[in-house]
Design a protein around this ligand. Structure first.
Ligand code: COA
Length: 258
């Protein structure tokens, strides 16, 4: 896959997507969002890809936000469409993928950058990462799901504080409040994400996809997460992976999932 603003590196069982606009601190312009949508879509449909890691190029930034130069002159309708389209193409899209997505936060993750990291299924940060939703300092609010996902991840009070102050928190603070699962030195960031990917790929991709659906259900309006869990649990019993996983356990061998 060849793109202008992102790099895709496909390994044996997982893939790394790198947002590659280092001179703009990897800011998300509309072209980059469209390329990311295409890349995530292709990788999600490739059964050999069991995990997707998303990161930013360079050592300074994961993503420093939506590209401010692109929307500075937008009117109400254009602003609404920017958020709607972005959420549909990238942020909700990633959250609902059946392939697990890990965000490797390697520096500034601000505005749309933090929103991208939060749309991933979980996050790992390097010690130099700085995270925040500074939109109100620009006279706007987070529009790529930030008001919802930040409160889900860190709690309402902390999300209110971070959004109102437009401040940045360190990787250590992000780890303490549950925004990221791990904090490591920069050179350890991708190795740790790859190690976590290695643990995930041993398991049933079909079951993982069902678990993502059930977990996400709790964060979806008008959907009963417990009902979705019952449905997905039941459906698991009809899969080849279930037969293989339970048979392998009873035969005291490692499962060989397709
Ligand atoms: N949109 C567009 N361009 C951006 C950008 C963004 N969100 N973030 C950084 N850039 C660009 C800068 O304009 C600059 O481009 P230039 O060299 O052509 O002038 C380049 O990236 C480097 O950024 P710079 O501000 O010079 O780096 P810095 O180290 O002084 O500051 C930040 C780093 C992250 C603190 C600062 O770039 C910043 O505040 N960015 C905006 C963050 C933000 O508000 N994001 C939310 C957007 S909704």
């Amino acid at each position: 896959m060849i793109f202008e603003n992102i790099l895709v590196d496909q390994k044996e069982k997982f893939a790394i997507i790198t947002i590659n606009r280092p001179t703009k601190l990897n800011a998300l312009n509309i072209d980059t969002i469209e390329e990311l949508n295409q890349a995530f879509n292709v990788l999600n449909n490739d059964i050999s890809v069991k995990v997707i890691i998303v990161t930013g190029s360079g050592e300074k930034a994961f993503v420093a936000g939506a590209d401010i130069s692109e929307f500075a002159n937008f009117n109400v309708e254009e602003g609404t469409e920017l958020a709607r389209k972005g959420q549909e193409l990238l942020f909700d899209f990633i959250q609902n993928l059946s392939t697990p997505v890990i965000a490797a936060v390697n520096g500034f993750a601000l505005g749309g950058g933090l929103e991208l990291a939060m749309a991933a299924h979980f996050r790992v940060a390097s010690s130099n990462a700085k995270m925040g939703l500074p939109e109100v300092s620009l006279g706007v609010i987070p529009g790529y799901g930030g008001t919802q996902r930040l409160a889900q991840l860190v709690g309402k009070g902390k999300a209110m504080e971070m959004i109102m102050t437009a401040g940045m928190i360190s990787a250590e603070e992000a780890k303490d409040c549950g925004l990221v699962n791990y904090m490591v030195e920069p050179e350890e960031l991708l190795p740790l994400c790859e190690k976590l990917a290695g643990k995930i790929v041993r398991n049933s991709s079909v079951a993982i996809g069902a678990a993502i659906k059930a977990i996400n259900a709790n964060y979806t309006n008008c959907v009963n997460g417990f009902s979705v869990e019952i449905e997905q649990f039941g459906l698991s019993f009809g899969t080849k992976d279930f037969k293989e996983g339970t048979t392998a356990f009873l035969e005291k061998r490692k499962p060989n999932f397709e």
